[in-house]
Design a protein around this ligand. Structure first.
Ligand code: UDP
Length: 254
């Protein structure tokens, strides 16, 4: 099959030109990085699993009336998405203290927060994705207050819904990161959920044992990383057909 033109390569994904205008193909790699690229590695089969997990969660969000960039999965490692104008912010929603919040504010990991807390980070690798406030976002024009209202309400609705989906399979949604894009349809613009939703950008703890089932296993060298991603897919009922076959999938040709 003729390969499509590569438009962008990130740490965990590659974007190719889509088959028709306004679409892109998102390819999921097995590469993992942490600490803004300070730690690098490969989690075998991660791309295949994240492609499936993100497909499943994006479709569930869509069913709940939360718009996303997802169109359909194409194969083991690729999905068709709508081309959007990415808003340069990472929106983090937290339910339980962990990671940078626990460290910054001295709150023990695992403490249930008094309410869900939303944070914004400016997407800029050379600045290490600094945390920013609504004031910074509107003053520097990354998003206007209407965009921000949309992102906030979509993120909180996604949190309520995804918390329920995960709790249903014995997993606590501790925190997660969303990215949003502007989707233009003629003169109309809608803000939609973009990027991916997977154990790469969610903290997922077993509801009974608090065992970590997410990228923290890689970040913190806890071992059994592949198994954790598989366990999330298994519980959601979406282990790929080829789980017993070639999890490496086809190599990307450029
Ligand atoms: N996160 C992410 N990409 C980033 C930073 C964070 O997907 O560049 C996710 C991370 O997986 C976690 C949540 O956002 O689910 C909150 O991360 P935190 O701010 O605690 O940062 P970390 O401890 O991962 O550095």
């Amino acid at each position: 099959m003729a390969r499509r033109r590569q438009l962008y390569e990130g740490k965990a994904k590659i974007l190719f030109e889509g088959p028709e205008p306004g679409t892109l193909v998102q390819y999921f790699k097995d590469d993992a990085s942490a600490g803004n690229g300070a730690k690098k590695g490969v989690i075998t089969g991660k791309g295949v699993l994240n492609n499936r997990i993100s497909e499943y969660l994006m479709l569930r969000l869509h069913d709940m009336g939360i718009p996303t960039h997802f169109v359909r999965r194409l194969n083991m490692r690729e999905q068709l998405i709508r081309e959007v104008e990415i808003i340069p912010l990472e929106v983090v929603v937290r339910n339980i203290a962990a990671g940078s919040l626990a460290k910054r504010l001295g709150i023990p990991e695992g403490t249930r927060l008094p309410r869900s807390i939303l944070e914004y980070y400016y997407k800029n690798d050379s600045l290490n994705d600094p945390m920013v406030s609504e004031e910074h976002i509107t003053a520097f024009g990354w998003a206007n207050s209407h965009d921000l209202d949309d992102m906030t309400s979509l993120a909180l609705r996604a949190n309520d819904f995804l918390s329920g989906v995960f709790l249903g399979v014995g997993i606590q949604l501790v925190d997660f990161k969303l990215e949003f894009g502007r989707l233009w349809e003629g003169e109309e613009m809608r803000i939609v959920v973009a990027d991916e939703i997977s154990p790469d950008n969610c903290r997922l703890w077993d509801a009974k044992t608090s065992e970590k089932l997410d990228k923290d296993r890689f970040r913190r060298d806890l071992g059994r990383v592949e198994e954790a991603y598989q366990e999330v897919a298994r519980r959601l009922g979406i282990l790929p057909e080829a789980a017993n076959g070639d999890m490496k999938g086809p190599e990307v040709m450029q």
